[in-house]
Design a protein around this ligand. Structure first.
Ligand SMILES: Cc1cc2nc3c(=O)[nH]c(=O)nc-3n(C[C@H](O)[C@H](O)[C@H](O)COP(=O)(O)OP(=O)(O)OC[C@H]3O[C@@H](n4cnc5c(N)ncnc54)[C@H](O)[C@@H]3O)c2cc1C
Ligand code: FES
Length: 279
């Protein structure tokens, strides 16, 4: 049996800087061994432990969709020891990956229904994967209307700028991009994400909402969704707790009797309401 703590070798095949502050990078990873690539079977919502040899490892959401073949994307904000080393790593360098870990967005519940995606800041990574998965030609008929709300503090802090522009041009999805403070020629929404959702008022009818963002955004978004008629069972959130093993062994990430790394990171709001408020 394979050791679950042993990382697989991957090579950094590309690096892009996402924001004006230059502290968020997306790295494109390619597997060193084709067999490892085939064995790495994942769905949107899952994460992996990325390791820099000699520095350690940290959990990062998988930002690409399994429909985007031949590589994995991870978008990383520089926070401390490991993420700083990941920012320093150069193209062609080898790092380790352990995964895929955790559960996925609730695909069976989303299928045949409208999907509302709400993201804020750099915590938009696995939602990017989810959107790429839904709009893939083979998958698009499996879902009804797709509406995306995404916000950042300023235009320079939006991530995936090129992809956002592509989504805005598509007729099979509605994309609402907002910033708290607009600069010069900004032509999209201005205002925090919950305010823009309230203004646009997407229908709760037959709709599953996926939410991922900073705690303050989530705090003000949930009452807006309730006002629009969303039930707690139809809202799913992805949590970012501190983690160590990532496989439900060390007890570092638990909320009550749930392990965020194994039972999550995706939970329905109804499930979270039944747990201690430790997240
Ligand atoms: C399931 C999951 C998915 C994640 N996805 C992403 C992602 O896509 N992109 C991304 O940039 N980050 C993501 N994170 C957060 C990322 O794991 C942390 O920023 C990282 O572990 C910090 O490691 P470090 O060694 O650089 O920092 P450390 O040196 O360990 O710590 C630096 C600072 O960050 C704090 N910190 C450490 N871990 C966390 C955490 N999990 N949440 C909040 N604060 C923390 C520490 O208390 C300290 O103040 C995710 C976390 C989880 C659990
Ligand atoms: S990180 Fe070890 S149990 Fe979740």
């Amino acid at each position: 049996m394979k050791n679950p703590y042993e990382p697989i070798l991957v090579k950094i095949a590309g690096i892009s800087i996402e924001n004006e502050a230059r502290d968020i990078k997306t790295i494109r990873l390619a597997f060193a061994d084709k067999n490892d690539e085939e064995a790495f079977s994942f769905l949107p919502g899952q994460f992996a432990e990325l390791s820099v040899f000699g520095a350690g490892e940290c959990p990062i959401g998988i930002a690409s969709s399994p429909t985007e073949k031949g590589y994995l994307l991870f978008t990383i904000k520089r926070a401390g020891l490991v993420t700083t080393q990941l920012h320093r790593a150069a193209k062609e360098e080898s790092i380790g990956i352990r995964g895929p870990l955790g559960n996925t967005y609730p695909l069976e519940k989303m299928e045949g229904r409208n999907v509302l995606i709400i993201g804020g800041g750099f915590a938009f990574t696995t939602l990017r994967a989810m959107i790429a998965y839904i709009i893939d030609e083979a998958n698009r008929p499996r879902f009804k209307d797709l509406t995306v709300f995404y916000g950042a503090r300023t235009p320079g802090e939006l991530i995936y700028k090129t992809t956002l522009r592509e989504w805005e041009k598509r007729s099979d999805m509605k994309t609402h991009i907002t910033v708290d403070q607009a600069g010069g020629d900004w032509k999209r929404h201005v205002g925090v994400v919950p305010a823009v959702i309230k203004e646009v008022s997407p229908s709760a009818n037959d709709t599953i909402a996926l939410v991922c963002g900073p705690p303050i955004m989530i705090k003000y978004t949930l009452p807006v969704l309730a006002e629009l008629g969303f039930k707690a069972e139809s809202i799913f959130l992805s949590l970012e707790m501190r983690m160590k093993c990532g496989i439900g062994k060390c007890g570092r990430c638990n909320i009550g009797h749930k392990y965020v790394c194994k039972d999550g990171p995706v939970f329905s709001y109804a499930e979270l309401q039944a747990l201690p408020q430790e997240y």
